[in-house]
Design a binder for this molecule. Structure first.
Ligand code: 5AD
Ligand code: SF4
Length: 439
């Protein structure tokens, strides 16, 4: 028997890409590949790219350029580009970088085995279609081997919101939900393999409306079905749009014990003028009232969000409105970005904010966010939390896991094992994690 071929995957961007990379590796497992962490050993290199911010395509080309030596030394080496840059650039990638053998867009991963065979046969393989079929259903069924206690599970893809700055509706296509029975089957299989926490993924996950036994199911409906799975202890979901935060989902945050008290709910900006120009179709006020209702259902919920500063036409007063909103919400985590133009999106055509001004705003926003983040993390000291342990820490006898609020927690105790959930009293708050003792 010949040695297995080696696959090196580098994943950029969001958690959906992490999930996609896992499924692609499994699919290529069926073609005789095993994963390697060393690019030098690889028979196939796959870049799973992200197009959301900055000069994504340029970064991919420069990364590809670095594989020239490897390919010269090993002519059989196949190089592939997947993800949103593959979707956006398509054939252009092979034209600009002839060492690329394979280009596959996010909606065509189930065709990867055929594409790989084509590339192996020395042909250029390209697929950036938006086919009708459920790619995850067509992908090889998932292996049965034991795995870590947390997993991502994509339930919804694409987006119909068309925020004026965003490429997702173009690279990932229209909003599509997977049928509930397939998701539940996959969740059950994950739990059989040792998974205790599942994070449901979607670009607009709370707009989920997959086919269920009695018509379309909402995300809350799906969460309640997952709640019934013995051995699954924790459910999370990301990323949500404020306008799709339905009553049943808000209520589930108060009543479903397995649904963790953490919610990522991007607002992007605090000025109604900018929100309108972003095509967000909500206001700062409606967002704040929504958070009030969520906090009424689950008072200890930890909020997280995304922000863009320096969006075209943003004035200092608009930016102040963002700072005011942040002060009011007090996020436990928040991700802030300087606006970057994405060709083909409506905002790309507009007058841009002075980059130095945008840098300055980003720094000021991040200072406020970091202060809140710190204060909220420090306020955990003395409290008891539940921790799902994931892996050994850096010190001997130490385990690291996540609290229900997604804070990393270290505990020194030789008896702990990955996959265990324990009550922990927090004793200290460090730069990026908490330290605790078994309660
Ligand atoms: N420029 C800067 N940030 C962006 N995001 C999306 N598109 C852009 C862009 N063109 C941010 C948004 C989104 C997060 C995933 O990335 O805040 O919520
Ligand atoms: Fe992009 Fe807006 Fe859709 Fe989020 S909701 S994926 S920011 S278009």
């Amino acid at each position: 028997m010949s040695d297995p071929k080696k696959l090196f995957i580098k994943t950029y961007g969001c958690q959906m890409n992490v999930y996609d990379s896992e499924r692609m590796a499994e699919a290529l497992g069926g073609q005789g590949y095993v994963e390697t962490q060393s690019v030098e050993d690889a028979d196939m290199i796959l870049l799973n790219t992200c197009h959301i911010r900055e000069k994504a395509a340029e970064k991919v080309y420069s990364e590809l350029g670095r594989f020239k030596g490897l390919k010269a030394a090993k002519p059989d080496l196949k190089i592939g580009v997947a993800g949103c840059v593959a979707q956006a650039e398509g054939e252009e990638i092979m034209r600009r970088q002839p060492l690329v053998d394979l280009v596959v867009g996010p909606q065509s991963y189930h065709r990867l085995p055929e594409l790989e065979a084509k590339a192996r046969a020395g042909e250029k393989a390209l697929d950036t279609d938006f086919p009708e079929e459920d790619k995850f259903e067509k992908l090889k069924s998932r292996p049965k081997a034991k795995r870590g206690p947390t997993a991502f599970l994509t339930v919804q893809e694409g987006c119909d919101k068309f925020c004026a700055f965003c490429v997702v509706p173009y690279t990932r296509g229209a909003e599509v939900s997977r049928p509930a029975d397939r998701i539940l089957r996959e969740a059950n299989e994950l739990v059989e393999r040792g998974v205790r926490e599942i994070t449901l993924l979607g670009q607009n996950v709370n707009a989920y409306h997959g086919a269920g036994p009695n018509g379309d199911m909402t995300l809350a409906g799906l969460i309640w079905e997952l709640d019934k799975i013995d051995g699954l202890e924790r459910i999370r979901f990301t990323t949500s749009h404020p306008n799709d935060m339905s009553d049943d989902l808000i209520e589930a945050h108060g009543t479903c014990a397995k649904l963790m008290p953490y919610l990522h709910l991007p607002v992007q900006a605090g000025s109604d003028k900018i929100l309108k120009r972003m095509n967000r179709s909500h206001t700062a006020e409606s967002y704040l009232r929504l958070i009030e209702r969520i906090r009424a259902a689950r008072p200890d919920i930890l909020m997280s969000g995304d922000f863009i500063v320096g969006f075209p036409e943003e004035t200092e007063a608009d930016f102040q409105a963002t700072l005011d909103l942040v002060e009011e919400v007090r996020y436990g985590y928040a991700y802030s970005f300087k606006y970057s133009t994405r060709p083909g999106t409506p905002a790309a055509e507009r007058a841009q904010v002075d980059p130095a001004e945008a840098d300055d705003r980003l720094q000021r926003l991040q200072a406020v966010i970091t202060r809140h983040q710190r204060e909220i993390q420090d306020s955990m000291v003395g409290r008891e939390v539940s921790v799902l342990f994931e892996k050994p820490g850096r010190l001997p006898g130490q385990m690291v896991g996540k609290s229900e609020y997604l804070h990393a927690v270290h505990v020194q105790d030789p008896g702990l094992e990955a996959g265990q959930i324990a009550r922990v009293r927090i004793v200290a708050s460090g730069p990026n994690s908490l330290a605790g003792e078994l309660a």
